[in-house]
Design a protein around this ligand. Structure first.
Ligand SMILES: [Mn+2]
Length: 445
């Protein structure tokens, strides 16, 4: 955990933004894989962890905004518990670590909530993705109605990362870079995707951490979230690896690298890779406070369209091509997303609410509609910059049969790229006072 003053100050900031009532934040429980005693690996609710720091199952925290009272509800472990499980901290000590004076048995949470409801107190809670949490809230309150003032205040607070949070993300990226080194060395013809992944997971476990999302390790990178593991690496394949881990305090890293199996790009691969790299570097260069991330996305789109035009795969005016969405045949996703305690930070509150804020509306155009972060950038935002170029045979066929964007796309020449695959390069950046900085020890690209 961070020092207790960090959690105290986080809660004080939150409390100062909401007028009255009670804030109820519940932590996660162990989620059963099949039967109750056999759970998925435990993962804490990110909002609970942000305000209380505790990474254990079955805790809850309340903040009484009117009296200032804070209570941590949690487990008072018995000798029975201690026979079966290690690392069961004392409730009072945990509360102390989180900067809270008062703690109670989690079994008393219902009594506490019921008495507050009787007093007609307003109880604020957030939305949850897990059904268990929705059920728990509904059971406690008799209703499930997330508080928009609470959600808005949390987004406003968590969207700007503090120094200790940035350090955590940098640590995760730096460890991840070492895991990438392992993968790169192993990427030789004859190896299986699953062998590369295994080596990465071995190194992850050695680093005493876990992955922050399902890793992508594939020679068929044109499928954006390809979770195949069975392909055998061949000479001249492109291996795309999208991988992230959690830091000690639960902050995620998220990077992507694409490298040539055997260590050498073909000249065509080099051409396409250079376009993606150029798009990524230009996008990173564009990042600064006050600019909408939509513009960062467009910078990457224009660079990609321009590069593909120079290779004869696209035609016409580059601005017009991007305006019409023609580049999305090759780059069908957005430039990136916020990063923090979750890989797509705070998306549980709603992708648009977090990524677009209240003024902006998401486009319905293919490609642009997949942009997760469009809002105005501010100092302290941490976001990913991850452009890519993909040759997706099924998509090419559909567009060609519809003659889509035919003035901007050279469909004849595209036929020779059907087996090319996909390239993506992803780094995590922080918005600084005047520009941006790539986080972590550089991972070769
Ligand atoms: Mn990402």
């Amino acid at each position: 955990m961070f020092t207790s003053t960090i959690y105290q100050s986080r809660r004080n900031i939150l409390s100062s933004k909401i007028k009255n009532g009670i804030v109820l934040l519940i932590g996660n429980t162990n989620s059963p894989l099949d039967y109750k005693a056999n759970s998925y690996p435990f993962h804490q609710d990110d909002t609970f962890r942000y305000y209380f720091g505790i990474n254990k199952a079955d805790y809850a925290g309340v903040i009484d905004l009117d009296s200032g009272e804070e209570i941590l509800f949690g487990n008072k472990y018995t000798i029975e518990d201690k026979i079966w499980s290690s690392n069961l901290p004392d409730l009072n000590e945990l509360a102390f670590s989180a900067g809270i004076e008062k703690s109670k048995n989690i079994r008393e949470l219902q009594i506490y909530i019921s008495s507050q409801i009787e007093k007609k107190r307003l109880i604020h809670h957030i939305p949850y993705a897990r059904a268990e949490n929705i059920n728990l809230i509904t059971g406690l309150l008799g209703y499930y109605n997330p508080s928009s003032v609470l959600v808005d205040s949390i987004i406003e607070q968590r969207i700007v990362k503090s120094e200790e949070e940035v350090n955590e993300i940098e640590d995760a990226i730096t460890v991840s870079g070492k895991i990438y080194d392992v993968a790169r060395k192993l990427s030789i013809p004859g190896k299986k995707e699953s062998e590369i992944l295994s080596a990465m997971l071995y190194k992850t476990a050695l680093s005493e951490t876990t992955t922050s999302f399902a890793p992508i390790v594939t020679v068929r990178g044109e499928t954006l979230h390809n979770e195949s593991r069975e392909n055998i690496l061949k000479e001249n394949d492109l291996l795309l690896i999208d991988f992230g881990i959690f830091s000690k305090e639960g902050y995620a890293s998220d990077n992507t690298r694409t490298f040539p199996v055997g260590g050498e790009f073909t000249s065509l691969q080099k051409d396409i890779y250079s376009i993606v790299l150029n798009a990524q570097l230009k996008a990173i260069d564009t990042v600064k406070p006050g600019l909408n991330n939509l513009e960062v996305h467009k910078t990457a789109c224009l660079t990609i369209a321009d590069g593909l035009k120079s290779l004869g795969l696209m035609n016409g005016n580059v601005q017009d091509a991007v305006e019409s969405g023609a580049h999305a045949l090759f780059f069908p996703h957005g430039i990136g997303h916020l990063l923090g305690l979750t890989t797509h930070d705070m998306e549980v509150f709603g992708e648009d609410l977090v990524g677009y804020g209240k003024g902006l509306k998401r486009s319905s155009q293919f490609g642009l509609r997949s942009l997760r972060l469009a809002r105005e950038l501010r100092e302290g935002f941490v976001l990913t910059i991850e452009p890519g170029i993909y040759f997706i045979p099924q998509l090419i066929d559909i567009w060609q049969s519809e003659n889509k964007c035919k003035d901007f796309i050279n469909y004849d020449k595209l036929q020779t790229f059907r087996q090319f695959g996909g390239i993506r390069i992803e780094d995590d950046v922080i918005v600084t006072k005047t520009s941006s900085r790539v986080l972590g020890k550089p991972i070769p690209k």
